[in-house]
Structures are given as structure tokens and as C-alpha cells.
Design a protein around this ligand. Sequence first.
Ligand code: PEP
Length: 251
Amino acid sequence: MHLKPIIAANWKMNHGPTDARAFLQRFLAQAPRQHDRTLVFFPSALTFSAVMESVRERPDIWVGVQNVYSEAQGAYTGENSVLMARDAGARVALIGHSERRHVFGETDAATTKKCALVSQARLVPMLCVGETLAEREAGATAAVVERQLTAGIAELEDPSVATMMLAYEPVWAIGTGRTATPDDASDIHGVLRRALAARIGEKAAAGVPILYGGSVNRGNAATLLAAPEVDGLLVGGASLDPDAWSSIVRS
Ligand code: PEP
């Protein structure tokens, strides 16, 4: 079971096994076992086993995959299976990350299938939602994230919805140095929480961690984390440096 807050590092296509081992050696020396939060690393699939080995003695650290294919196995050259992710020790899978949606054309329908597969494999889906700048400027933020959430949970049983995780990541904030204000993050997390409550009830919805992501760094992490409805952080660029990451983890 996770402990909130959840502080997650999305390494994207960075840090091969050699860099990851060096990173973790330095980071683990600065960050003793956490008793009031869960840390998650999302390394690339090629780096996954190096990270698993390095954090073997740390139950407070979960390792997850950045993506899985929408079929469980078969003739899909180059893809990663959720069953293999589970076998390798993954506990969580990112689904619908903005780069999957906007660079690789991942559709809402694909996120429906992926969340269902991840949950059937008894991993936790961490569904990412977020609006583009044009959608924000058109006043469509709430409608977009609700649509993405509805698709992600469409084929999940209620108990699986109650044990999933969400990440609100405005597309215009990812890797740009622009962040949502804590108030904006709280508002949209509130929209997501109410949509969850409509499906699984208020009590269960209150237990679903909703992380904020988008240009989080050591300067803004504590303020964002303190915002109402923000249960954790999903961090890209600033998670690549062990010193910056250590100070975010301590936020
Ligand atoms: C991300 O990719 O999930 C992310 C939030 O990236 P960054 O922190 O670099 O904006």
C-alpha cells in the first residue's frame, strides 16, 4: 500500500543503466528510508532492472513503467507488455502521459484499454490527464480532463478505480518552466475528485492520490505539495539530478 504524498520521477528517455546506478548510489546516500511518503521511479524499460536492483532494500520506493502496450502479449515488435512489467517487479504504470498522447498519438480509447490491462495485471495505473494551451485558453480545461478521466476508467471495476492514481499535468507546463499556480492545481484536482466521487463515492474518491506535474522543481515543490487536493508530484526534468531530486523528495 502506498503512503501519501507520492513523489514520482519520470525519467523519460534519459538515464541508461550505468547512469541510473550512479544516480541511485548518490540519491540513496542522501535520502534515508521514508516513513511518510512513497517514492516512485519511472525509468526507461532498458533501465528498469538496474533500478529494481538498486532499490531492492527500499520498500518505500516503487518502480514503474512509463508505458505498456494495449495488448498483453503477442506479435508487437518493440512494445512492452504489462505482464512482463509485472514479472520484472513493476508496481505501477504511467498511462496517457502527455508525450504519449501528443508525440505518439495515443488516443483516449487506447488509455481505456491500457488502464484495464494494467489493473487486470494487478498493477496500479497512474493515469495522466491535462489540457493543451489552446484548450486552456478556450476555457475547456475541466471538460478535457473529465473526458480523459472518463476514458481511462471506462473499463475499470469500482475497486480498481479506488486504487488507481491520477496525475494532472497541463501540457503547456511540461518541460516548459511554466507551472500551474497552486490554486489552479487545486481547482482542477477538485474537478477530478468530484468526477471520481460521482463514480465511486466520496469516501473512496478521497483515497485516490492525485499528483500534480509540470515543471516542478526544488523551488516550487513544497508550495505545490501544500496546495489543497494535491497528493503528490510527478517530476520530469528536475528528477534527473540526484541533488535536485533529493530536495524535492524532502519537500
Ligand atoms: C512529466 O513529463 O511528467 C513532467 C512533469 O515533466 P517536467 O517536470 O520536466 O515538466
